[in-house]
Design a protein around this ligand. Structure first.
Ligand code: PRP
Length: 191
């Protein structure tokens, strides 16, 4: 499907809302199986993970015997307003509560070069959690610069610039209920 957003940019749907919901359901079942009896602290990374954490945490709540996680948030920025990562991660907001002694699950929307997640995993690990795992909706494994461990992956994204379901381009497109490839007027899409 092609959707014309403006005369300058085009988006092409990559993952429908239904495909995303199915992936989140699979992730929730895997997480519930691993944390059945355990306390769980979800740390979602804003802004991109806002929809993933919303749907994932509610999916967990509907699974019998699944964990009832507490939610906390961090905000980082590495992309600025560009389509390419600067490689420089800035911490914009830290967690509200200490993660020391907690089973922490980082929830991210996408992992691309991995530098953002590498920074976050290092920072949170230094704070002595009981355990630290990562759940990511979209894995883009093509241009990894950092060795990061992903414990739960929803979908493997194509090697293209994707927007929607939390992912933005210059703060636009985040609220799309699906994930799409953004094609710029120059024809550029991959990064
Ligand atoms: C995006 C995304 C990840 C990161 C992944 O965040 O939410 O946190 O980039 O990229 P990487 O693996 O190449 O480091 P962004 O910096 O765009 O901030 P946002 O979530 O507020 O849009």
């Amino acid at each position: 499907m092609q959707t014309r957003e403006s005369s300058a940019e085009r988006i092409e749907v990559v993952f429908t809302a239904e495909a995303i919901a199915a992936a989140i359901d699979r992730m929730a079942r895997a997480i519930a199986a691993d944390y059945a009896e355990a306390d769980l602290r979800i740390v979602a990374i804003l802004k991109g993970a806002m929809f993933v954490v919303s749907d994932l945490s509610r999916a967990l709540a509907t699974l019998p015997g699944g964990p009832r996680p507490t939610l906390d948030f961090m905000a980082v920025s590495s992309y600025g307003n560009d389509t390419r990562s600067s490689g420089e991660v800035r911490l914009l907001k830290d967690t509200s509560e200490s993660v020391e002694g907690c089973n922490v699950l980082i929830v991210e929307d996408i992992v691309d070069n991995g530098l953002t997640l590498h920074y976050l995993q290092g920072l949170l690990r230094s704070r002595a959690p009981k355990s630290l795992k990562t759940a990511v909706l979209l894995d883009k494994p093509y241009r990894r610069l950092a060795d990061v461990r992903l414990d739960y992956v929803g979908l493997v994204a194509p090697d293209a610039f994707v927007v929607g379901y939390g992912l933005d381009y210059q703060e636009r497109y985040r609220t799309l209920p699906f994930v799409a490839n953004l094609i710029l007027p120059s024809g550029e899409s991959a990064r």
